[in-house]
Design a protein around this ligand. Structure first.
Ligand code: F6R
Length: 369
């Protein structure tokens, strides 16, 4: 059942190319236009949406943060990400023209369910991005967009995360197509890039030997920091969460731009810092800014573990380790850059002799508020 792997988590990490491929499957017609029959919300209603709120918890909320960048970019609809357990208690601004998108692997997370119910009471349209057929959250929503990651057994979420991000790209592109506007011409190009992602995840997985080795030497590490910017920021948060859950190591993710506003004070000689570097093809010179961040922390003695695109030579002089991922469109990069962080947490947990699939104090689905 573990497909020859020692743990479900390792198997599920290797399932990720499939999870993304299967979630993309059957979403377009012969002309390459997106068709989302599953949604069952009249197109006119979706055309009228003027704001989107994503509600989710934990890893699913980080998928929502990635989704925000993509959906806003493609649709120009403002997107807010609300932790589901905060949503009900912050007097949310929601009406009939608000689309509330919940993201949940299990479909049973009580906090997320209560947020969806509250949104419906306020008159919002609700769509559930969910991995579990027949679960409660899709039943309580107007429509569902299923992720096809297959059952996720390990408590820590991996393949469901990639599938959630993929499904939210699909939703964003679908809304862009429906509403017309400037991005429509580019939808096909994005879909083509997305279709190539599963093969690129395979490539990342083939290269993970060195990450396993690095993790194997770090069992005594007391703290690890993660930096990222733009879509790399939620990836940094997810890398930190995986490490807390699996290896019980203090880990924090930061937006790289925040560094000089405080967190750089944490840097001392030997401090391991993962940096998720944006593609050199990113807009607004983001790549160069993150390379400067690496330079700054390295100058203060940090041990820099850098995740960078193939061919990005600018990072090399400031990196103790460079972990390479294939090039893709900047908005799609999280599907590749998060993989080494998952693998790192898996092997560090293993190096500490911990139970990878069943970390202490955690349950696979949190059905209490
Ligand atoms: C992290 C993790 C949790 C879940 C969160 C939401 O590895 O598994 O943070 O992502 O509890 O769960 P779902 O997606 O089932 O609503």
């Amino acid at each position: 059942e573990k497909g020859g792997y020692a743990t479900f988590m390792e198997k599920e990490i290797h399932d990720q190319p499939h999870a993304v491929r299967d979630t993309l499957l059957g979403r377009t017609d012969e002309e390459g236009r997106l068709t989302l029959d599953e949604l069952r919300i009249p197109e006119e209603k979706l055309r009228e949406i003027d704001r989107i709120t994503i509600v989710a918890c934990g890893t699913a909320a980080y998928a929502g943060m990635v989704a925000k960048y993509a959906i806003e970019r493609w649709t120009r609809i403002p997107v807010e990400v609300s932790l589901a357990h905060e949503f009900r208690y912050c007097d949310p601004i929601v009406d009939e023209r608000t689309l509330v998108v919940s993201i949940s692997q299990s479909g049973e997370t009580m906090d997320t369910l209560m947020a969806v119910k509250h949104a419906r009471e306020l008159g919002a349209l609700t769509i559930s991005i969910c991995n579990t057929h027949g679960s409660t959250i899709p039943r309580e929503s107007d429509a569902v967009l299923y992720t096809h990651a297959g059952p996720e057994i390990a408590v820590a979420s991996t393949k469901a995360f990639l599938a959630q991000i993929t499904a939210s790209y699909i939703l964003g592109l679908y809304l862009a197509q429906l509403r017309g506007g400037t991005y429509v011409d580019d939808i096909k190009a994005v879909l083509k890039e997305l279709a190539e992602v599963p093969g690129k995840i395979e490539t990342v997985l083939e290269r993970m030997g060195r990450v396993k080795e690095i993790a194997g030497f770090m069992a005594d590490t007391r703290a690890v920091l993660f930096l990222g910017r733009h879509v790399g920021y939620p990836v940094a948060l997810e890398g930190a969460l995986k490490l807390k859950e699996l290896a019980y190591i203090h880990a924090e993710g930061f937006a790289a731009g925040e560094l000089k506003h405080g967190p750089i004070a944490l840097i001392e000689p030997g401090q391991p810092v993962f940096v998720v570097v944006p593609s050199p093809s990113s807009e607004h010179g983001l790549h160069g800014k993150v390379v400067s961040n690496i330079q700054e922390i390295r100058a203060r003695g940090a041990r820099t573990l850098v995740i960078a695109e193939d061919g990005d030579e600018a990072v090399v002089p400031f990196s103790d380790e460079v972990i390479r991922v294939p090039a893709t469109a900047p908005l799609l990069a999280p599907l590749l850059t998060v993989v080494p962080l998952q693998v790192f947490a898996l092997w560090l947990s293993t190096a500490k002799g911990l139970d990878v699939d069943q970390p202490r104090n955690l349950a696979k689905s949190v059905t209490v508020e």
